[in-house]
Write a protein that binds this ligand. Structure first.
Ligand code: NAI
Length: 285
């Protein structure tokens, strides 16, 4: 079961289904479910186009995912992965209510990017079966998955998660429960410096071209922030900044706050630093 049918939840559900698992993809909003369905269809279409599956396999992959407005069947799930908004209260609430329904062997994992896994584990009906399981965007393409045990997480839970990640043909890395774990700790200043350059009047295209061209990065930091979604990226920045006691290099960017305030969330809203709607996506390739 995957709760939250957004960018990450849909990606995780897709990868699970691609590897033969039946999935219930849950979202509280009908529009969220609709978006999840669309994202899964897009990922399946892209996989078919790349020859990774034929049309019959695509049909059966899509049929392995059921969509639901509530977490019905949580007791029968092998694993529940939550991928809702990056908000400590919302996640705590969800962990509490959904874990109350989980079966005696169900594992509960959170895809949080920045929140304390230990704090979330306290809300789980069985904190020995709770851990962080942090995927990267886009989920079908990104190999690394961070597994973050809380002090209460049992070794058997960690072992199960390692096996699951490997079965999904990804690379598990067990990380410590520190703000940002491994990757977001390193990546925060990467976004921060790019936003600072933007604030100094440098065009996003120039910053991204520099990092992809001279830096050799697959994507520039601003195109990547558009892909992640500025609402999520900004929430993660604020959370890590606060958990790191206001350390300057983790300071959230005012430029990003402004994008969020103006609803320019990136690809998911059709516009962020680049335009994905009209006349054609500028930074799509
Ligand atoms: P998103 O904004 O694309 O999707 C969130 C979904 O959760 C929405 O469809 C919303 O309707 C749904 N939702 C909110 N509250 C809910 C509830 N109580 N019950 C059920 N559904 C609910 O968010 P995104 O980008 O998929 O992020 C989700 C999580 O994954 C966050 O914790 C984020 O930090 C983490 N993450 C995000 C990455 C990214 O690149 N966007 C990368 C890695 C982790």
């Amino acid at each position: 079961m995957v709760v939250g049918a957004g960018t990450m939840g849909a990606g995780i559900a897709f990868v699970a289904a691609q590897n033969g698992h039946r999935v219930v993809l849950v979202d509280a909003l009908p529009a969220g479910l609709e978006r999840g369905r669309m994202l899964v269809a897009e990922m399946a279409g892209a996989a078919e186009k790349r020859g990774l599956l034929d049309s019959a396999e695509r049909t059966s992959l899509e049929a392995r995912i059921r969509y639901a407005g509530t977490p019905i069947g949580a007791d029968a799930a092998t694993i529940i992965i939550e991928a809702i908004v990056e908000d400590a209260d919302a996640k705590a609430d969800l962990v509490r209510t959904v874990s109350a329904q989980m079966g005696p062997r169900t594992i509960f994992a959170s895809n949080t990017s920045s929140l304390s896994v230990n704090a979330l584990a306290h809300h789980c009906a069985d904190s020995a079966r709770f851990a962080g399981l942090h995927f990267f965007n886009p989920v079908p393409a990104m190999k690394l998955v961070e597994i973050i045990p809380a002090p209460t997480t049992s070794p058997a839970t960690v072992e199960m998660l390692v096996r699951l990640v490997e079965a999904w043909r990804k690379v598990p890395v067990v990380a410590r429960d520190v703000p940002g774990f491994i990757v977001n700790n390193v990546a925060r200043p990467y976004y921060g410096e790019a936003f600072a350059a933007l604030g100094e009047g440098i065009e996003p295209e120039t910053i991204d071209a520099l990092m992809t061209g001279a830096g050799g990065f697959r994507m520039g930091p601003l195109a990547l922030a558009d892909l992640i979604g500025h609402d999520i990226n900004y929430a993660v920045a604020r959370s890590i900044h606060s958990e790191r006691q206001g350390l300057a290099r983790f300071r959230p960017s005012p430029e990003q706050a402004e994008l969020v305030e103006n609803g320019l969330l990136g690809r998911k809203s059709g516009r962020g630093l680049y335009d994905y709607v009209s006349p054609r996506p500028v930074a799509a390739e």
